[in-house]
Ligand binder design. Structure first.
Ligand code: GP9
Ligand code: MN
Length: 613
């Protein structure tokens, strides 16, 4: 085969320019956009080299063919740049990487919005638009599909594969449990690189989606044994709220530290602070959500299963069988409802609520939503609660009613007339505005309680108020630190994942429960108070009222917290001093933590609850 030396040299040069540019771009993103925790020179070295093999191979698609294809190379380059940038945007808020299910969530979750605009930087176009210059280069060098010397092609392929294998080998030496902890996406990206991570993620999602086809009832008995082994005794509170209506309020993006805060001497959450004195209050309660945010919290509270590490179960597994809180309550004659001032399809609620056994979903179309009474994602909380009262009055008792608040949502927008507190003055507007929307949310609940009392709906109900997930992600730790006057290290960051939990039982005295727990524990806690024994159950959580419960909460990224220790980012810390401590202090929980997350995932991927007898 004849080879045109000049033309083929240009193609080679083009290939190397693309590899070098993408390598540099990726490394700059690792360094300046992703805040990866690096431990030691080995990890640093691995981070430096981990994209080379994958980039050389992927761009090589246009090279290793019989005739090289510069256009195809550029297309792959552009695609990888877009993937990189999409991750940058996602990471800026979530401090996490995109997974395949997140892409499928876009339809349900609204896609581009004001929230995204908030996250864009001036230099962002450079990350993708360099492809235009490269396109110009194709023309300038007059690059064509030519055949290349096969010797050089072989050498390049060898180099690319070699780099890929060296990266993989080094990654396994440094992190032998890499694949067992595949929910730890940071570990994956910093070891095998951003592009290999995505290839793995696509394969992983495709395989797990087939799991339910091959599952049978042998799996469930092993998991049932595990869950039974961890069960707790009945508490003295069993049945104290028997036959009462159940009112659950999900506090959008509300973190527990806000309950203690004051700005210029004024409390940010005056109503909740009062209410907690007359309620069961849980100051060591954590959210355990991942990429499914509000829907993950709802999923956990209804099912006492962990959400999946990637995507939202509401979106991914709405056809599974579940043993949910609404179904258990229906068994006791309850009418089960949910209220939310957003579209029915958001987070695929319409479909998933059906599966979970909700009798009625009052969504945006049931409310009078105008430009004046809505902001950001939908109806403002005060009119939302006001307009819910007439519906609530009509419900047949006993009922359960879940209210999902919405105004305190990133990027925390609020009109002047609704701003009831002065804002702090940190360097981040998002952090400052958060105080105002949390204050507004507190006001809306105060008004709701006043209305419930006026309508005679208060006495016969119990109230569960919980924060659904963090509002200020790790991105804002520096600004939170400015406000709190301390640096936010890893332990402090985990502590910021505490969310409020108040359970108000009219007639019961207030009490503080210091137990360490999380959203997974709410379903058994609620059922205990209502005095309901499920006919069939598989709850990974344990009642927060049980005297013999273990103080342990497992976060979805594999971090965990006990009475004394915090384990996060592969390091064991003393909770009190926030200092690193010996790994073996945490190590006795490792197996249990891993098993608990794995078993819960297996239930969901395998749709195993359909085999429960
Ligand atoms: C929207 C509400 C907010 O319906 O659930 O969603 P989030 O972003 O918090 O999951
Ligand atoms: Mn939410």
């Amino acid at each position: 085969m004849e080879i045109d030396k000049r033309k083929s040299d240009h193609v080679w040069r083009f290939y190397f320019v693309l590899v070098a540019l993408l390598f540099v771009k990726t490394y700059l993103v690792y360094r300046f956009e992703f805040s990866l925790t690096m431990r030691g020179a080995g990890e640093e070295f691995l981070l430096l080299i981990n994209s080379i093999g994958a980039i050389s191979l992927l761009l090589g698609i246009g090279l290793f063919k019989k005739y090289s294809k510069p256009g195809l190379m550029l297309a792959v380059y552009f695609l990888l740049s877009v993937i990189l940038y999409a991750n940058v945007l996602y990471y800026r808020f979530y401090i996490d990487f995109i997974t395949v299910p997140v892409l499928f969530q876009f339809g349900n979750v609204g896609g581009l919005s004001q929230s995204t605009v908030e996250l864009i930087n001036w230099y962002d176009p450079l990350l993708v638009l360099d492809s235009l210059v490269l396109f110009w280069l194709i023309r300038r060098w007059n690059l064509k599909s030519v055949s290349l010397a096969s010797k050089l092609k072989k050498k390049t392929a060898l180099f690319a594969t070699g780099m890929f294998l060296v990266t993989a080998a080094l990654a396994f030496i440094l992190h032998p449990l890499l694949f067992e902890k595949s929910y730890d996406r940071e570990l994956f990206v910093k070891s095998l690189g951003a592009y290999t991570y995505h290839v793995y993620d696509v394969a992983f999602q495709s395989i797990t989606s087939l799991n339910s086809l091959f599952a049978d009832d042998t799996d469930i008995s092993e998991i049932q044994k595990f869950v039974d082994k961890n069960s707790v005794d009945e508490s003295p509170y069993f049945g104290v709220a028997e036959d009462k209506n159940l009112i659950i309020i999900s506090l959008e993006s509300t973190q527990a530290f806000m309950m203690d805060e004051k700005v210029e001497g004024k409390e940010v959450m005056p109503f909740l602070n009062n209410l907690k004195d007359e309620s069961f209050y849980f100051p060591n309660f954590y959210h355990q959500t991942a990429q499914g945010k509000t829907s993950d919290a709802e999923f956990m509270i209804d099912n006492s299963l962990y959400p999946l590490a990637g995507g939202s179960v509401f979106v991914r597994k709405p056809e599974n069988k579940f043993l949910s809180l609404p179904l258990a309550l229906k068994g006791e004659g309850y009418l089960t409802t949910s209220f939310h001032g957003n579209d029915r399809q958001f987070w695929n609620r319409e479909e998933m609520y059906e599966t979970l056994g909700y009798d009625r979903y009052f969504s945006k179309k049931d409310f009078d939503v105008t430009d004046d009474n809505s902001i950001n994602y939908g109806l403002k909380d005060i009119p939302f609660f006001e307009q819910s009262i007439p519906y609530l009055k009509e419900l047949k008792e006993p009922y359960s009613a879940k209210f999902l608040t919405l105004t305190n949502h990133f990027p925390y927008l609020l009109e002047e007339e609704d701003t009831l507190i002065s804002l702090p003055d940190t360097s981040k507007g998002v952090v400052n505005r958060y105080f105002a929307t949390v204050r507004y949310e507190d006001e809306s609940i105060k008004k709701f309680f006043e209305d419930l009392k006026a309508e005679g709906l208060y006495e016969d109900s119990i109230f569960v108020l919980y924060g659904d997930h963090y509002g200020l992600s790790e991105t804002y730790n520096e600004a939170i630190g400015e406000y709190l006057g301390k640096e936010i290290g890893p332990v402090e960051h985990v502590q910021l994942q505490k969310v409020p939990l108040l359970i108000h039982v009219p007639g019961e005295e207030g009490k503080v429960f210091n137990t360490v727990g999380g959203q997974i524990d709410l379903k058994p806690t609620i059922l205990e108070l209502l005095g309901v024994n499920e006919q069939k159950s598989l709850n990974f959580g344990r009642s927060l009222l049980a005297p013999d419960r273990k103080n342990l909460v497992i976060l979805r990224d594999g971090s965990f917290v006990t009475e004394e220790y915090v384990y996060t980012k592969n390091t064991c810390y003393n909770k009190e001093t926030a200092e690193k401590t010996k790994r073996n202090k945490c190590a006795r929980h490792f197996d249990h933590v891993q098993d608990e997350l794995d078993y819960s995932d297996r239930v969901i991927y395998g749709d195993l609850l359909r085999f429960m007898k």
